[in-house]
Design a protein around this ligand. Sequence first.
Ligand code: NAP
Length: 247
Amino acid sequence: MTERKPLALVTGGSRGIGAAISKRLATDGFHVAVNFSSNEEKARAVVDGIIAAGGSAELCGFSVADSAQVEARIGALAKERGPLAVLVNNAGITVDGLLIRMKDEDLRKTLSVDLEGAIFCTREAAKSMMRARTGSIIQIGSVVGESGNAGQAAYAAAKSGLIGFSKAVAKELASRQVRVNVVAPGFIQTDMTGTLNDAQKQAILSTIPVGYLGEPEDIAAIVSFLASASSRYITGQVIGVNGGMYM
Ligand code: NAP
């Protein structure tokens, strides 16, 4: 009988950083559930690419901001293929603008996807991990959660909130050998940063000591390490991957 691959769920796996993480974890030997909220076609291309490369993956569509969907889909996943060995809370959005002009709707949307979404998914995944007495939960935060950034008050609040949340949960789950860490990227080339104009990109580059934007694979590499037993003694940490932008 062939051995079952350990299960990893990557939220927002259809594009950018999440797609790179999904591919990397599949290469590492996980069966990867690739989550998306609206972009099924792109998520399917990620799944197909993994399978074509000899890996194992499935589509898993739901909005992380909807707690009922999160409970149902992660619960079913854990039952069918579980327990979850790895959860990567990568799904994220940013609605930028100065605070005094920001609408309630945009504030709530950002907090709802970036912070509540990660909390909902962590809460559900933790159940099967606790039972299995092993697991790694990896939150994709952001450099701005520690440094702050004008025009990103809600996003920074969400990403900063993820740090406190993760440290609290790391303490709750440590005795069950479930680890919780935050990876905090700097500026990475994806759709999210693709909307920046050249002047904005130049201004950002001048703040990055290594002198270039990161690639999604730079984030996938540290996630791969945190998902592996090589990081078994690391929990409750925030690991910056930002070219020296914030030290
Ligand atoms: P991206 O290219 O814009 O992709 C965002 C992903 O999140 C997509 O897969 C999207 O799914 C998914 N998503 C959005 N709302 C969702 C929801 N409600 N439920 C489930 N999935 C949802 O973003 P990225 O640049 O790869 O960023 C990934 C993560 O890294 C985010 O948490 C972001 O805050 C963080 N980060 C990025 C940077 C950067 O420079 N790029 C820097 C620091 C931190 P659909 O395709 O279905 O829309």
